[in-house]
Structure formats: C-alpha cells, structure tokens
Design a protein around this ligand. Structure first.
Ligand SMILES: [Fe+2]
Length: 278
C-alpha cells in the first residue's frame, strides 16, 4: 500500500522541524519505510514567528527534491504550508501570498490554536475562502481543547466545506489519552477526511504507521480509512474535488456534555448544515 502524507515539516531550517538537510533526508528515508511515496512539505507560517514566504518554501522544496534524487531516495516532495489562522488570512490571500497544497490554489491548510477557543469567525472564513475557490483543511482538531470538550463544534465547519485532517500518531496515543479519545470519536462520527503524520523529526509521529492504520481501520473499516491517506490526498494534490460523507452528531454520555451538545445543535448558526463536496 502506498501512502501520501499531506502534512509534514520536512524542509530544513524553516520552522520547528528539521534543522539540517541530513535530518530531512533521514526523515524522508523513514517516511519511505513507513509506506509513503509522496510527502507535502508544510512548514509553519505564523506571523512574527515563522515568516515563511511562498517563494522561499517553493525554492526549499525544489532543493530538497534535488537532494533526494541525488541520494537515490525515491520520495516525491511537494510544496505546501501550514498557516496559523489570523485576521490577515483574507488579505494575504488577495495578495497571493499564501501557499496552498501543491500550489494548486484549491486546498489550504489552516491551523487552529491548540489551547484557545475556536476563532468565532472561522465558519465565515471557510465560507469566504470557498467563494474564492479554495477549500480549507483543518489539521489535528483532536488537539484543540474546545473540540476535545465538544467534538460537534466541527459539524458546522464541515457543513461549510472544511476537510478535517487528524494526525496518525494521535490514534496510537502519542499525544495522550484525551487526544486519542477525541480522535476516535471524530473517526467514528465521520468527522475525519484525511490522516497525515505532521512529522517534525524522526521521532514518534513517524513510527508504527501500519499498526496505527490497523487501529483506525478497527474503528471504521478499511474502505472508510484507506482513502484518507491514499485517494483523497491524491485528489487534493491534483486540485480536484472530494465528496465527503455527512458527519454524525456525537452524543456525550455525561450530563454536562449532553447539555453542551444540545446547545450546539440548537443555537449554532448552520449547526444543522449538511456536508457537501466542492
Ligand atoms: Fe504541522
């Protein structure tokens, strides 16, 4: 089975990923050994912290690809970025300064804050971007505290066209029990569309992919899980549309969760939206 990794910090010296080319090449060899033949390089873009410009990422991706060829490592690397959500996203988009997945202009990876609530205007932002022809991918929502408290927050966002990408190693418990439980809920309720490593180094996120996939397939079956790391990423690389299933509401077991879920369903604008393809 050949996998495609849509989210990887593999370019050297741009963010909190590898700092040297040697380390990047080591990660590439590991990715191959785990079954990947294509990886999208998605360095962080965070204002004031990681000011990685589009041209720089494109150039660094080309350089890494050349090094891989020189070293006879048969891994294809494509350009992308993981853009931290800020108020400037639309302005930057208008100025053509945001790098989409594989530079196709069709899919953008927008990172949520981990330890803060979901931005209030996120649904509107996803909608506005969709009007401009670009579909939002939200990476690792299972690590966000608001979504851990109420996974149903994702439903109106999915209804607006957002794709949800979870981290593979969240499934095997790499980020702890809370994250693992959340990702399981999201998978079981059809709120996940893509799986990726989000690798930053040669550590735990890049290990046991086969075993992790088995675990995920145990939750929802091969026919649901496999496309998340094969055919869906392939369509995204080509800038083609993806049809997504309708998500199901999660019914929490504890009384606080039940009330929160009820509130979300009744009072969130668009909370009853159906998911759709693009
Ligand atoms: Fe990332």
């Amino acid at each position: 089975m050949v996998y495609i990794d849509l989210h990887a910090h593999i370019l050297p010296g741009l963010d909190d990923g590898p700092q040297t080319l040697e380390e990047s090449l080591k990660m590439a060899r590991m990715a191959l050994s785990q079954g990947f033949n294509k990886v999208v390089a998605t360095p962080h873009v965070v204002e004031g912290i990681y000011e990685n410009k589009k041209e720089l990422i494109l150039e660094k991706t080309r350089e890494l690809q050349e090094s891989l060829k020189r070293e006879n490592i048969p891994l294809e690397v494509m350009p992308g970025s993981e853009i931290h959500i800020s108020d400037n996203i639309l302005k930057l988009w208008e100025k053509d300064q945001l790098l989409t997945i594989n530079n196709s202009g069709k899919y953008i990876l927008l990172e949520l804050p981990h330890f803060q609530p979901i931005p209030l205007n996120l649904k509107e932002l996803i909608f506005t971007l969709s009007l401009k022809g670009v579909r939002t991918i939200i990476p690792h929502p299972e690590r966000n505290i608001s979504i851990q408290a109420d996974p149903n927050i994702l439903i109106p966002l999915i209804g607006q066209g957002a794709l949800i990408q979870c981290t593979l190693s969240s499934i095997n418990g790499h980020f702890g029990e809370k994250v693992q439980k959340t990702v399981e809920i999201l998978i079981r309720h059809r709120m996940v569309h893509l799986l990726a490593t989000d690798m930053h180094n040669t550590g735990g996120r890049l290990k046991d992919v086969v075993r992790t996939m088995k675990r995920a397939e145990g939750l929802m079956g091969k026919e649901v899980i496999r496309p998340m790391i094969t055919s869906f990423p392939e369509l995204i690389l080509k800038g083609r549309a993806i049809e997504t299933p309708e998500p199901r509401y999660y019914q929490p077991q504890n009384p606080v969760g039940v009330l929160r879920s009820l509130f979300q369903r009744l009072f969130t604008p668009g909370g009853q939206d159906k998911s759709r393809g693009m």
